[in-house]
Design a protein around this ligand. Structure first.
Ligand SMILES: Cc1cc2nc3c(=O)[nH]c(=O)nc-3n(C[C@H](O)[C@H](O)[C@H](O)COP(=O)(O)OP(=O)(O)OC[C@H]3O[C@@H](n4cnc5c(N)ncnc54)[C@H](O)[C@@H]3O)c2cc1C
Length: 353
């Protein structure tokens, strides 16, 4: 593969994925002194990745970053092609033949599976399905979904679990002021949910809740697990949030969730969470697992099966092929982190010219 330097013709770059990692990479390339012609390939009909389909609809300030991405797509050196899936509509080999540089920015939006009996039931959903449903994702329609249960459980102690609890715990009036899809709003309007349980295997201190995100939820529901107030009610909706720490799901029947008690123990001087024999059950008509995300392998693209990422050294996957964002790091980090990652990816690309 030949890489052409500035002056002869613009560097032809394909960026696969139009989430923050792909968009920030394009922006950084446009700002460089190198003449570039960028094609962004995106599987979905619309761009922005998880900024569009993951970020909770009641956080419009977070989505404002799409204004920056719009500027990128308005640039005449950038061509956005939606509805194109790498591994199906085109191969990495084809892209390497057609472009000087290929940047993989395909993210890590596959939910980690909750492996318990009952997790295959229709009343068991993943956080990605729910976030996608709130946001009108074309793959996550929920025809026939009714929320006629009184109690639901969200398994996981990260910010996505908090997002989902907020959305299910808000009143119809609060929700109608958000960017929620019309379909999800009409289902949530008729919701009979009274109790929302967030279940975590460890303690509050060991959770992945962000400080700001936890504060927002505590204000909404008038609770504070840091002060021992593990439950509280949103006065506008009458819905109660319960934080349940040191519990793990064992099995789900569609209306009952069985939980195992955990305890904090010490192993080689380090605190660890370990299971006990004690079980309890709770009413639960909807189980939502929010225990992480990972990249999915793409045919023809190198993949580290154990780490569930595209393997890269300083962004370099193969000559002329680079990886950036969650597909390289795994599903950790916020939108702002993609910006920094994109800057270092572009540095690697330009160094190799
Ligand atoms: C539910 C959820 C909520 C979140 N909320 C926040 C928040 O409030 N604030 C915050 O800062 N961060 C939030 N994050 C994290 C943030 O979304 C990520 O840090 C960021 O989106 C990662 O960017 P990315 O570009 O690597 O991946 P993505 O955003 O996933 O973008 C990848 C893109 O690649 C496309 N793609 C995938 N495979 C292919 C293929 N084979 N061919 C073509 N295109 C493909 C996808 O459709 C997608 O558009 C959230 C994450 C999740 C899962």
């Amino acid at each position: 593969m030949s890489v052409i330097r500035t002056g002869e013709r613009p560097l032809k770059i394909a960026i696969v994925g139009s989430g923050p990692a792909g968009c920030f990479t394009a922006r950084e390339l446009l700002r460089s002194k190198t003449a570039v012609q960028i094609t962004v390939l995106e599987r979905l009909p619309v761009p922005y990745g998880l900024v569009r389909f993951g970020v909770a609809p009641d956080h419009p300030h977070t989505r404002r970053v799409t204004r920056v991405f719009d500027e990128v797509f308005r640039d005449e050196r950038v061509n956005l092609r939606t509805g194109v899936t790498l591994g199906e509509d085109c191969s990495l080999e084809r892209l390497r033949a057609d472009f000087d540089v290929v940047v993989l920015a395909t993210g890590a939006g596959e939910p980690v599976k909750l492996e318990i009996p009952g997790s295959e039931l229709p009343q068991a959903l993943t956080a990605m399905q729910v976030a996608g449903w709130f946001n009108g994702h074309p793959d996550f329609r929920a025809p026939g979904l009714t929320l006629d249960m009184e109690s639901i459980a969200i398994v996981g102690n990260g910010n996505v679990a908090l997002d989902i609890a907020r959305m299910f715990g808000r009143s119809a009036e609060e929700l109608s002021k958000t960017d929620i899809s019309t379909e999800a709003l009409s289902v949530l309007r008729n919701s009979r949910i009274r109790d929302i349980h967030i279940v975590g295997r460890g303690t509050l201190e060991r959770s992945s809740f962000g400080e700001r995100e936890l504060r927002e939820v505590c204000e909404l529901f008038n609770c504070d697990p840091a002060e021992g107030r593990d439950s509280g009610t949103n006065a506008l909706s009458g819905r109660t949030l319960h934080f349940r720490f040191l519990e793990s799901p064992v099995r789900f029947t569609g209306d009952t969730l069985v939980l195992r008690k955990n305890r904090l123990a010490e192993r080689a001087g380090d605190p660890v969470v370990e299971g006990t024999e004690e079980e309890s059950s709770m009413n639960c008509g909807l189980l939502i697992s929010s225990i992480g995300f990972e990249a999915a392998p793409i045919p023809g693209v190198p993949f580290n099966d154990e780490r569930r990422v595209v393997p890269a050294v300083d962004h370099r996957v193969a000559p002329g092929v680079y990886a950036v964002g969650w597909v390289k790091t795994g599903a950790k980090g916020l939108i702002g982190h993609s910006k920094r990652d994109a800057a270092s990816a572009v540095q690697a690309i330009l160094t190799d010219l």
